[in-house]
Design a protein around this ligand. Sequence first.
Ligand code: ATP
Length: 221
Amino acid sequence: MKKEIAVIGLGRFGGSIVHELDAMDVDVLVIDKDENRVNEYQDYSAEGIIGDSTDEAMLKNIGIDNYDNVIVAIGDNIQASILTTLILKDLGVKKVTAKAQTSHHGRVLEKIGADLVIHPERDMGRRVAHRLVSSSVVEYLEVNHNHSIIEFSASKKFESKRILDLELREKYGISIIAIKRDHDIIVSPDPDAKIIEGDILILIGTDRQLGIFEDRMEKLK
Ligand code: ATP
């Protein structure tokens, strides 16, 4: 099913969203004040508009309110990012996703009604930090400012151990949500279930607790 999405700002971040959406066969409207950028994405978008997104009349004229999802991928120009987000919400766009450059920028975006605020640089930095501490962390997802979910690859050391034996809650204060095994997912696994080498354990906890666990597991390797 085709979904209509608009991306405002074709820097590296906005541009990669457009490429990915195009690969997923989603129709994308792209908007940028820089003509060269709009031309660059001609082959990957359904429509391109050269214009300033802080121009409310322009956004209204192109019928931006018909789009369910609009992504504001303007980063450096914080004023333009905030004003664009405000206008989009005023015009009734259902879901506005905005990229924040700093935590203050993010807080302002939330206050003015952005439905989703993303911090790509900060999140990528955190992801890299978790992977640096433990090579077994294959994925990282932020839940809130101090809680995360990690995907942890179980090494040989875990083979045949019961979940219960790991004492995740007692020792680290973290919980196991699910286990990915081959192409299956075992949700809320039984504490008596045995782990197999190569299982991906999906764990939730505070960043600090997860960090202690990751560090400990790395040292046990
Ligand atoms: P990235 O970090 O994603 O690479 P960048 O640093 O290249 O971004 P930004 O300043 O974040 O650049 O801007 C991203 C894009 O947004 C640029 O192509 C810029 O022309 C566009 N842009 C900035 N302000 C506006 C605006 N008011 N209206 C439309 N497009 C804008």
